[in-house]
Structure formats: C-alpha cells, structure tokens
Design a protein around this ligand. Sequence first.
Ligand code: GLY
Length: 371
Amino acid sequence: MSGTFSRRAAVLGAAALPIIQVLKGQSKSRPVVISSANRNDGGVNCCAKAAEVIKAGGDTLDAVIAGVNIVELDPRDNSVGYGGLPNEDGVVQLDASCIHGPTRRMGAVGAIEGIKTPSKVAKLVMEQTDHMMLVGAGALKFAKAMGFQEENLLTEESRIAWIAWKMSLRDRNGHTNWGPGLDAPPEKQKAAVLQELKGMFPDAADDVLAQAWEYAIHPPHGTINCISLNEKGEMSAVTTTSGMAWKIPGRCGDSPIIGGGLWLDQDVGGAGSTGRGEENLRVCGAHTVVENMKHGMPPKDAILDTLKRVSRNFNDDKKRLAAVELDFYALRKDGEYAAGSLWQGSRFAVSTGDAASHTEQSVYLYERSRA
Ligand code: GLY
C-alpha cells in the first residue's frame, strides 16, 4: 500500500482539499499494475506482462488485456476463459469488461460462448461499435465477424467437475438420478463418489477427481481484475471471468457490469472485484470504491467501507456472510493501491517496476473464527 499521496498531502496540509484538486497537481506518476492473485501465479504473470507493455510505451488498456490474456488462455485456471467451469448445461459462458481511462470509453460482453479471450472482444465492442455491451449469441456473432475463432472451451478437467456436480445433486430424500435404481439409494459418501468417478474416468489423476468433488460441493468463484497506471498518469482496467460454476445459462455476474465488477475514473483511479458477483452488484462495488477515493478515502479505506456495505446487506450476520467470498482491488491515480476481502486470507498481485511482480496481503473486514 505504498504511494506518495498520503505523505505529501499531510506535509502540504492538503488533506482537506478535494482529491481531484490534489491529484491534478501531480506531475510524473510511478507506473503501477495490480491484479487479483489467481492460481498458478496467474496474477503475478499478468502484472509482469502488463508492466512490460507499459514500459515499452504501450497503451494502458493494451497492457492489462495482454496481462489477463495469459490467464484467459491458461486451461489450469478454471475461473477464467479457456478451461473455466461451465454452467449447469455444461457450457462455458464468459463475461468481461474493460475501461480505457484516457478516452473514457468502455466495453463489455456477457455470457459469450466459444471465445477464449472475451476481454479482447469487450475491447472491440468499445473500439468498433456505438454500444457498450453485447451478450450471448450476439456477442459471439460479433466476435466471429471480427475474426475470432469459435472453439470448445470445456477442458476434460472442467467436464469431470461438471459431472461430479451433476452426481452430487439430490432431492429432499437424498435421491439422485445418477444413482442405481428407482428407489432412493443410500446417501453416497465422498469416497464412494470418488470411486464411481474413477470408474467413469479411469485416466484422470486422483487429485483431479478430488478437486472435481470439492468444486461440486463448494462451487468456486474466480475471475481476474487488472488495473494499470503509466508514467503519464493514464489508467485502464479490465475484468474477465467464467463466472459462477454451475450457473443458470445466461447468468451474468458483476464482471461485465460497468460500475459493478469494474470502474475507472481517469481523474481519480480504478477499482475491480472478484468473488460472488451478486453481493458486489448490490453495492455497485467498483463504482463505490472509486467514489470513496474521489471523496478523499485512501484505497484501503475506500474498499473497507464498500465491504461494510456488503455486510450491512446481511445485517452484519457473520453466519450468513460466511458463504460470501468477495475481494476488491483499487489503484489511485497517484499510484497508491490496496486490495481488500470480506474474510481474512486473500492476497493480490502487484508490479511497480521497483521490484519483480509479486503478491501482497489484502486488508480484510472479518477474521474467520477458529471454533
Ligand atoms: N465475480 C464473478 C462472478 O460473480 O461472476
């Protein structure tokens, strides 16, 4: 959470000035890229790539999109792009949005199928059309017209996880249509399900089957958000995801919603989100974080205030909130940054040019009780 703003503001007695006035007075910025951490060093690699593009004089939006493309194309990250966990029909549907600070333009796609890099399609919606968002079949048609190749995005690992989820579905008597016979079979324990999966997928590794069962029982949220700032003070941001695992076909989360999963005001800074999109949308999270910064809060406080609004929607009931995973990322125009999660334990990726791209700890609202 480094940066120059707080120290300078205090020294100059500028804390009482509106944030825009203070930030406009600054000269050269230190380039900074932040992103969600993501598995397999996805966030670290994303930030390193984006920083490299910026260092070479590239545009800040090209930079963040080149960064998240690494994760979109990585089949091992099953929360983003190719290899994402599918919807309840077994079809991968992707959401993405992007914002170009200098031109104040934005683009998004929702529930797009068959395209590995939805962030690039969102950018083309921004650049080539008079619209801001395309969804479903229309988004795919547009992508194909722009030269994208339609491909099967469902990897074998994600298909196994989907089958495991189908097998886990039971009615109130514990019956599953995947069980033997018409009379309700006895409740299957994890070991029995894993054995059954092994029979169905003899070539799959044991850890792939165990992970599939975990995903079936606890559907994960993933997503990557990335925000950049160059030396000229220009900023851009992108969010891209395969959304909630096993969702109803057509469900869009917060990632393609400008102001929800992504917001950026070139005069102030940018913010984005990962985690359960429905709870973020109930507080217009990314927009709220940036507005908080606009009114003087440092990124850390801007995020914590937004998380408090999420908590308030549950009357601060931690038992119900235990099921909510939600993280915000914020980068201010002067280079100060932070990430924050509802529950302790998150990290995020950063590249400042001073050090190799790395992860840092997020601030948090609540600690999980050890009981
Ligand atoms: N934040 C990703 C989603 O809920 O779809």
